[in-house]
Design a protein around this ligand. Structure first.
Ligand code: EPU
Length: 336
């Protein structure tokens, strides 16, 4: 394995932030994991770098997950189980399933990042979450020095959340994910914009491919392409608040959008809250708030990670002052 020193991570994070890693290695062979484990450096795992903000130089070893490959583990008349190496590009996986007509992840087209990140974040969009198709997650346990497998339940999935962000944070190197996809898919077009887009595309008969296509068009119209403008998708999570609090806000702001979570809980879109505070399209230096979706912070070129982090702190503060809601960041710094 090739261990590099003082390596720029600019090409390895979708924000395009230029910070060095003290040590850097790309893992392409699972057999190298035991050897890597013995290296006396603090380890940071990097997938597609689409959920991280580099605010400082990274001390220790950054490991790029370079494990690739999609294999059919088994199939029957209704389903196919795909074993996907964690470093595989997520969108390429979605396109592969769309070609085959295997349903389950088509609403998640164009999400940046790797398959290995899909269980960590429980990625989601347009009414679908990765947890609905994830059957198992295989990983190397840095502490126990063994390969382990978690079933769906053991991953403790929540909204943009899993055990890999808590008890197993920095302890698990995900090697592959097994997805159970459907050969007779039930499509989820409940998210308003999808129906509209399918109509505009003139789609008469629903298919995995048609939905993936519609989702791609919607995302392209709203979200910046990280290859053009640095970003990590939604910077904040959509907050869940108590119904009483929501009623109070509704009195003051009758246009506030909301989604019912339960009898007592309501989710409100962070993008709306941020826009109301006047941040949409804001820019200071090269750090900014995307003009078409206020939930997305962007790097127009040479922004420092710290500038983006500080901007997010200013946004948190103003949303809290105006609405009494504490936003939570979805994007995290890579602890130095
Ligand atoms: N809105 C505004 N102003 C904005 C942005 C949104 O008023 O600047 C309002 C919209 O009008 C709408 C509501 O907020 O009423 C929801 O907006 P949208 O449909 O764009 O979705 P979102 O809640 O902002 C979430 C996910 C996205 C995902 C979309 C579509 C989170 C944190 N974000 O965004 O996920 O693509 O729904 O399902 O849950 C990501 O996680 O990186 C991501 C892009």
């Amino acid at each position: 394995m090739n261990l590099q020193q003082n390596k720029s991570l600019k090409a390895y994070n979708t924000f395009g932030i230029d910070q060095p890693a003290e040590y850097f290695a790309e893992l392409v062979d699972i057999k190298d994991l035991p050897e890597l484990t013995e290296l006396p450096y603090r380890k940071h795992i990097l997938g597609g770098g689409s959920n991280v903000l580099l605010t400082e130089p990274v001390k220790g070893l950054v490991i790029q997950n370079g494990l690739k490959g999609i294999t059919v583990e088994k199939e029957d008349a209704d389903h196919v189980w795909l074993n996907v190496a964690a470093g595989s590009i997520w969108h390429e996986l979605v396109m592969h399933t769309a070609e085959k007509g295997w349903g389950g992840i088509e609403n998640l087209a164009l999400i940046p990042g790797t398959a290995g990140a899909s269980p960590i974040q429980n990625i989601g969009a347009y009414g679908v979450e990765a947890k609905e198709t994830i059957e198992r997650v295989n990983f190397w346990d840095w502490d126990e020095k063994v390969f382990r497998t978690f079933n769906n339940h053991e991953c403790r999935f929540g909204y943009r959340d899993s055990i890999f962000k808590h008890e197993l944070k920095d302890k698990a190197f995900i090697t592959s994910v097994v997805y159970k996809l459907s050969k007779q898919p039930k499509f989820n077009t409940s998210y308003g914009a999808i129906e509209q887009e399918l109509e505009e595309l003139g789609v008469k008969e629903l298919s995995v491919k048609a939905i993936a296509h519609a989702v791609m068009n919607i995302r392209k119209s709203k979200l910046p392409d990280p290859a053009v403008i640095g970003n990590a998708g939604s910077f904040f999570k959509n907050p869940t608040i108590g119904r009483a609090k929501y009623e109070e806000l509704y009195e003051r702001f009758p246009t506030i959008p909301s989604y019912t979570v339960s009898d007592t809980l309501v989710k409100v879109p962070a993008g709306w809250l941020i826009e109301q505070c006047g941040w949409k399209g804001y820019r200071k230096g090269d750090a900014g708030v995307h003009a078409k979706q206020a939930l997305v912070l962007v790097n127009y070129g040479n922004a420092k990670g710290k500038e983006i982090w500080d901007l997010s702190a200013d946004i948190l503060k103003s949303v809290n002052e105006r609405f009494g809601i504490e936003l939570e960041r979805e994007v995290q710094p890579m602890t130095p």
